[in-house]
Design a protein around this ligand. Sequence first.
Ligand code: SF4
Length: 264
Amino acid sequence: MTADFPNTKTVYGPVPSWRFGESLGIDPIFHQSTCSFNCIYCQLGNIEKITNEIKEYVPTSKVVEDFKEILDKKIDVITYSGSGEPTLAANLGEMVISLKEMAPEIPQFILTNATELGNPLVQENLKNMDKVIIKLDAGDEKTFSLVNRPAEGITLKSVVEGIKSFRKSYKGSVEVQTMFMPIINSNELEAFANILKEIGPEYVQLNTPKRAYPLSWHRENRGNHLGIHDHQISNLKVITKDEAIEIKKKLEKMTGLNFYSIYK
Ligand code: SF4
């Protein structure tokens, strides 16, 4: 089922990103919230279509038309995210090439849950992306199932194997973004650190869900950093600043990697 929203564009923002400046969002999914995860903190609310089906969700020509309309704005980076998992879009690679032709100076990033990174078509689609930011929230299968609630057949192991396969061919920059939930216990940190070491990202961003969980999907939620809602929401428990500092210190020591924390 799809809903009618006032916002009919596949391009949204630019919205301020705490790390990358003015970020223009691209939504290659658009019609319905669609993802291979149904994360308990997702800013889209309960995902309407939980699937890992790769197909064309919105034509490239629609994204190109919407992009042309905002080219006069200040944009530091283009970020593919939007109404679900952007790597499910079979025409993602075509979008990247089209936008690069129109704005070669703007870097293009993607936020992905990494469930499809082992797929050769997705690897091909991502080859011209400047940065791939991978979501990784758990160190073991139990927390993975509880927090990310994946589509059938997807496990933490399959995701990590997919990332490792992707890393062999991808020449751009890889970062990890993690959403720490209070349910993660300290014993799991070591397992999480081991996975990070296997992946070897350039940076790891430590986040906690500061945005409320909407009880239903609204396209207007894409990039909503202002916390203004005209629909029902539920606030989530977050880790505190002290807990975040402690986790960052431990992970830095265990992995030797570079970390950013949302609590600066
Ligand atoms: S991966 Fe992203 S879009 Fe998908 S459910 Fe999780 S937070 Fe939402």
